[in-house]
Design a binder for this molecule. Sequence first.
Ligand SMILES: Nc1ncnc2c1ncn2[C@@H]1O[C@H](COP(=O)(O)OP(=O)(O)O)[C@@H](O)[C@H]1O
Ligand SMILES: [Mg+2]
Length: 221
Amino acid sequence: MPVVVIASSKGGAGKSTTAVLLGTELAHQGVPVTMLDCDPNHSLSIWARKGTLPPNIQAITDVTESSIVKTIKQHDTDGAVVIVDLEGVASRMVSRAISQADLVLIPMRATVLDATIGAQSLQLIAEEEEAVDRKIAHAVVFTMTRHIRSKQERGIEASLREAGVDVVEPPLHERAAFSALFEYGGNLHTMENKQGNMDAAIKNASAFARAIYKRLAEALA
Ligand SMILES: Nc1ncnc2c1ncn2[C@@H]1O[C@H](COP(=O)(O)OP(=O)(O)O)[C@@H](O)[C@H]1O
Ligand SMILES: [Mg+2]
């Protein structure tokens, strides 16, 4: 089954949030999910240990540079979508994860700084493609977007699209419910302390997960 690697050398780009939203929404839609925490800061494990893990989700903590390829290969065969959350650095661990990916997601805020650092992640993927001698599907995910896109945001998105980069639609909006996942654990559907407009948050996350699932189906076809 498919391996989705969430990578960006920028800390705070929204990687772990993207990983948890994707994992919990796919699982909610009935897809078995295995999440690998490959970040020494353990954001994913912090989420997993709050409350109870939702059905269809397994979380593996403490994946290291030495164990990452073996761990991905092992879970790749058990029928689940494997989601890999990484630290915001460029490291051997990140390269190894990308080399195993069916799809790499690059979360970024639509700012000039994030787009510049995001471009380094695109370069890293190109280098891994060369190393493993195959194309690795990848897409940029805009995170923490506001409803009304600024001129700068639209400009960044347009220049990525012009360069032939796949940009996921919808982006992940800035939502209190998304950051609250790390406070309460679980998923958006079971969150007891409602945060902001839950319906809009769920609609956004669910459409996002479907957009990724569609790409996975295409990548594996
Ligand atoms: N779409 C979003 N809406 C609201 N808050 C967000 C969103 N994405 C990320 N955040 C918040 O921004 C911070 C960094 O996000 P995180 O996912 O941990 O980034 P990374 O894993 O790339 O370092 C966290 O405090 C997180 O709760
Ligand atoms: Mg993180």
